[in-house]
Design a protein around this ligand. Structure first.
Ligand code: NI
Length: 170
């Protein structure tokens, strides 16, 4: 297992559309192990493969913290196939440093996905768990939570990042 580098905004890789997974092999299991270690090290409760530069449709979610169930759930090719209601909750992202903000999301989502063996599965999640799923699935489409904020807030954040990057270089 290896702790991988988490890409940060404005890295263009975070804006790519992730590829559908069609081969379910050992390499994927190794990648999930790396992602798990990387997520716990950060620490975070969800991670999408593109955040470590692997542009495939794979997310992991720390279900233990959300549902008191298993540990980490790997979801391949996840799709939101149903939703209900809305909620507003504070979000942050390991790829969007030094920012948290309220984001409007569905209250409840049903997601279809494949497990590491390629078996089709389905899950319905509510509240915080539903937020994490929507946030991570967004990453597979090149969408970050700042895209859900007002243009003004997004512009202010971009300026802040540019300033931080300039200070790093100086
Ligand atoms: Ni994120």
């Amino acid at each position: 297992m290896t702790i991988r580098t988490i890409l940060e905004f404005p890295n263009p890789v975070l804006r790519q559309k992730a590829k559908l997974i069609t081969v379910f092999n050992e390499g994927l299991k190794e990648l999930v192990k790396d992602m798990t270690e990387t997520m716990y090290d950060a620490p975070g409760i969800g991670l999408a493969a593109p955040q470590i530069g692997e542009c495939i449709q794979l997310i992991i979610v720390d279900v233990a913290k959300l549902e008191e169930e298993q540990e980490v759930m790997a979801m391949l090719n996840p799709r939101i196939i149903g939703h209900e209601g809305t909620q507003i909750d504070e979000e942050g992202c390991l790829s969007v440093i030094e920012l948290t903000a309220n984001v409007k999301r569905y209250k409840k989502v049903t997601v279809s996905f494949q497990d590491l063996e390629g078996e089709p599965r389905e899950i319905t999640a509510e509240d915080r768990f539903a937020v994490v799923l929507q946030h991570e699935i967004d990453h597979l489409h090149g969408i970050l939570f700042i895209d859900h904020l007002s243009a003004l807030k997004r512009t202010l954040y971009k300026k802040k990042v540019q300033k931080m990057l300039a200070e790093k270089k100086a």
